[in-house]
Design a protein around this ligand. Structure first.
Ligand code: IPD
Ligand code: CA
Ligand code: CA
Length: 268
């Protein structure tokens, strides 16, 4: 087995274990605490990260670990994890949430797995090998691995986009709002689901033609960006410059729309 295939299987196992915690506790009572500016964390975010940290330390002690709730070391080769992407959806009992796991090398993802346990969808990619979706059947067994591809929409007025608001980083609102205004004047529709990992996987699957957001962190984007790229998307910053997991913005779309949408972001 190639080394990256091995790391992919490790990431899938970790995502399923974390996803089971998220699913099992979804309807239960859990602790919600304030964290930063109008931000929250639950005991389930923490339990999921604890599990991921312990598992990766056990099976890949040679690889650094960097998680949203405990941070760590992102240098060189590292697991970059969001133990629960869509915490506010989770708290409000909205099923768009999941766990996002990427193996990164020098700030670029080379393996990505995102699992949405309530939707029964697990997305995966290895750099250079395409992107895939596996679905749960009614007995919660994963079946039917299928390759996924981005959309082929070319017309801007047919364009169906997802975005995220930089709501707790108010200093980013100015640039974002002018882009949003320009986009809304040109495209068919814009949606905001509340999980960047979900948005990115839906662009990969061709549901959305593109997605952009300002102020995301490495753990929000790393796995989903690789999955989108491997599904044929172009990934950049929102000004078109090369993206990495530390970039302050991300813009992902099918390649036919990328330049046209970049022009629209910056139009006056
Ligand atoms: C958040 C979600 C949301 C995005 C926020 C993220 P979290 O992650 O991805 O869609 O707009 O910027 O912080 O806090 O639920 O892991
Ligand atoms: Ca997140
Ligand atoms: Ca999170």
């Amino acid at each position: 087995m190639e080394q990256l295939d091995l790391y992919l299987s490790i990431a899938i196992k970790a995502a399923k274990m974390s996803g089971d915690i998220l699913k099992r506790n979804f309807k239960k009572q859990f602790i919600i605490e304030d964290k930063g500016n109008r931000d929250i964390v639950t005991s389930i975010d923490k339990a999921s990260e604890e599990l991921l940290y312990r598992y990766f330390q056990k099976v890949t002690p040679e690889i650094n670990f960097y998680g949203e709730e405990t941070l760590g070391n992102i240098e060189g080769i590292s697991w970059v994890v969001d133990p629960l992407d869509g915490t506010k959806n989770y708290v409000h009992r909205i099923p768009y949430f999941g766990v996002s796991i990427a193996l990164c090398e020098d700030l670029l993802p080379i393996v990505g797995v995102v699992y949405f346990p309530l939707l029964g969808e697990l997305y995966m990619a290895i750099k250079g090998n395409g992107a895939f979706l596996v679905k749960n059947n009614e007995k919660s067994i994963f079946v039917k691995k299928q390759r996924i591809l981005c959309s082929s929409t070319e017309r801007i007025d047919h364009c169906f986009l997802a975005t995220g608001f930089p709501h707790s980083k108010s200093q980013l609102l100015g640039d974002y709002m002018s882009e949003l205004e320009n986009v809304l004047k040109n495209v068919s529709a814009v949606r905001r689901f509340g999980s960047a990992a979900y948005d990115l996987c839906q662009v990969a699957k061709g549901t959305f033609d593109g997605f952009w957001e300002h102020g995301l962190e490495s753990w929000d984007m790393a796995a989903g960006a690789l999955i989108a790229e491997e599904a044929g998307c172009t990934v950049s910053k929102s000004d078109g410059a090369p993206w990495n997991i530390k970039s302050p913005t991300i813009f992902v779309s099918n390649p036919k729309l990328h330049t046209k949408l970049l022009d629209i972001f910056s139009s006056k």
